[in-house]
Design a protein around this ligand. Structure first.
Ligand code: NAD
Length: 328
């Protein structure tokens, strides 16, 4: 097991099971074991995957180089603190913590202990977002929709912290400017907290984003549209599909799907170029966990580090606060 990273998974419910499966499969990982407060869950995981259950959290922490935290959000801060205090790297599922004070504490602790924090904002690795990377993105207006039919999962938090936070993280990674102001409203429909949220964010560089998230929808929709001078991009995160239209003086570099059409405005003749990059076949969770391992080995940087997780949480909490003010 020399050179392999010793990993433990804490919390092996709905999502934690997938972490276990991927860590068992990643070549540079030795999955030391798991810990879950539910003993039945540990027995079932031991039977299904042959992983070693640890009834003591501190024993698992001491036996590992790094830990993956897939427990309910309200427990992230306490569990992560125990890991970081022992000098261990942590992968924390999103959202990083339930409040900003906890997130700041974790980021400071990790800095002091020289350990990594990676946050599970998995949509950063969505094929549609990856396909956008080669394009000269500097949007002036962004429109985002994330709709989902109701399920009990995730209803322990408002829709902003469950669904919208994915898009906030993507937005902050695309717009390189501080947030200037936020307007938001929302409605409670099926739960006591906000089930549909609408936010309008203005950045200091003038970019405006309009975001809608809902857990009261007939069908799933996850779409992002970017508009900027001479470029329009549309992404379907469910299909992993990105389509980009650009206007230029000459044909833009060829891809197989490229099509061009003439464009004329005020006598100036230019070309509209349409690009549809091939859909990247990838498992975002596997790639995200692999990025964590490579970051520990010093071969990469966390795609979403503790600061990015903290920033997305800050905006999400701000939006949630604005919604509450708007409703009351
Ligand atoms: P879950 O309820 O299915 O599983 C949580 C597991 O943690 C359970 O087995 C529970 O017994 C265990 N647990 C609870 N408290 C614990 C503690 N203190 N120590 C050890 N184990 C504990 O929840 P889930 O749907 O798997 O969600 C877990 C986390 O993953 C949440 O933070 C959630 O927001 C996040 N999540 C992220 C995504 C994503 O898209 N990245 C998707 C789903 C869930």
């Amino acid at each position: 097991m020399k050179n392999k990273i010793n990993i433990g998974v804490i919390g092996t419910g709905h999502l934690g099971q997938h972490h276990v499966k991927h860590f068992l499969d990643l070549p540079e990982v030795n999955l030391v074991g798991i810990h879950d407060v539910n003993p039945k869950q540990m027995t079932s995981m031991e039977k299904q995957y042959g992983v070693k259950p640890f009834t003591s959290l501190s024993s698992l922490i001491q036996s590992c180089d790094a830990l993956s935290l897939v427990t309910p959000t309200e427990t992230h801060a306490e569990v992560a603190q125990a890991c970081i205090a022992s000098g261990k790297h942590v992968f924390i599922e999103k959202p990083i913590t339930k409040n900003l004070r906890e997130a700041n504490l974790l980021v400071e602790m990790a800095q002091a202990k020289n350990t990594l924090i990676q946050v599970g904002h998995i949509e950063r690795l969505n094929p549609a977002i990856r396909a956008l990377r080669p394009f000269p993105v500097a949007p002036k207006f962004v429109e985002i929709q994330r709709l989902a039919p109701y399920t009990i999962r995730g209803t322990d938090v408002p829709v902003v912290l469950d669904l919208m936070i994915h898009d906030i993280d993507i937005l902050l990674s695309i717009v390189s400017s501080p947030v200037k102001n936020i307007q938001a409203t929302g409605v409670s429909i099926l739960t006591d907290s906000v089930d549909i949220a609408h936010a309008r964010i203005r950045f200091e560089n003038g970019t405006v984003a309009s975001m809608v998230s809902s857990r009261v929808a007939q069908d799933k929709v996850r779409k992002i549209k970017l508009f900027q001078k001479d470029l329009y991009a549309t992404m379907d995160l469910l299909l992993g599909l990105t389509e980009v239209y650009q206007i230029s003086d000459s044909e833009i570099s060829a891809s197989e799907a490229n099509q061009t059409a003439p464009f004329e405005y005020h006598g100036r003749k230019r070309l509209i170029s349409y690009e549809k990059p091939p859909i990247i076949k990838a498992d975002a969770l596997r790639d995200e966990l692999d990025n964590f391992i490579q970051s520990i080995q010093g071969k990469a940087k966390p795609i979403v580090d503790g600061n990015a997780g903290r920033d997305a949480l800050e905006i999400a909490l701000n939006i949630q606060e604005k919604i509450i003010q708007d409703i009351h």
